[in-house]
Design a protein around this ligand. Sequence first.
Ligand code: SF4
Length: 399
Amino acid sequence: MELLSPAGNFEKLKAAVLFGADAVFMGGPAFGLRANAGNFTFDEMEEAFKYLHERGKKGYVTVNIYPQTHELSDIAKYLKTCEQLGADALIVSDPGIFSIIKQEGIKTPVAISTQANTTNLAAVNFWADLGAKRVIMAREVRKNDLEEIIKNAKCQVETFIHGAICISMSGRCLISSYMTGKDANNGECTHPCRWNYALVEEKREGEYFPVYEDERGTYLYNSKDLCLLDRIGELVKMGSSSGKIEGRMKSIMYVSIVTGVYRQAINEALKDPDNYKAKKEWHELLGSVSNRGYIEGFYGAEEDVTAINRQTSGYSRAAAFLGVAVKDSHNDELEITCRAKFAPNEEITILTPDLRKINVTPELILDEGGFKIDATRPNYIYKIPFKEKAPVGSLIMRF
Ligand code: SF4
């Protein structure tokens, strides 16, 4: 099973590769579903595919909006450019875009996006018969159905294994368009499903009647996040072609840690899927990155009444992200780019791409000029004394 990670920008792409992704998915300058992610220019895409291919990895481009007719004029040129730049697949949901790829003779394999809401075997094979190389299943598919689909599919089947879930049927959602005019199906979701709601009687403007089960509030639509870490053995055994981590908008810390955890999980499951068991420390690491609480979503067949996080619209996170190593450690020193403030004599943790946790309490921190400083500032480069081995990309964290 391929491990497929989100690449919101080039820095996150490199983090995903360092922590063990086999492939990444990214948005180009247009037609992807994350208008607010960093996304890639064509020049960056070319560089990204070179970087990936030199390392035996793959890069897929999301072209998964549902465009209006007037938005289609440049799409053929755009798709051809992605092919020429070296994309390993185009991720598509709209049948119109799919047919343009075929009409234009574009040879890049097509993966049908989860946005197409493919929920059953007949639909998977419908796309396979039309020439799709892979179908990314809707997140609303249950385990037994998934097993049946993978067994009988005429093409590759990709499964979401981790990340945010929409309260609507996948992302086919109008709440954001309705509340803010920003269309989720054009990559502009403003996440109103996470907001707090109240009840107002028509003629009593400004009088908000709380609708709640308890004093914490009313986040009726705020789904918890998907986590299939305990199911990786089953998915490997079923023959899922790819396990996808959601989150192109998430931080480097999220991409690194979630990728690192699932890398180890898939490696273990490939050795002996029947006896696979997720390690406690993997769950702890997933708890350290931003999340809304975890569920197995539709994968577990039973209705899950705890699937909505009614307590807050925010994320929880057990660790702070302080920086990233910019070089391999050498000469008893680690050079980092800082993301959040920390000070000498504070205990910090270095997390390497193979998920080793090294705790250190540096007595001094030096700036680029070699001067001692009292506290770090984000976006500056610093050096800390460090006698162990930690490669470039290692995370600096505070638990
Ligand atoms: S508003 Fe919520 S449910 Fe709708 S697309 Fe956005 S994240 Fe998904």
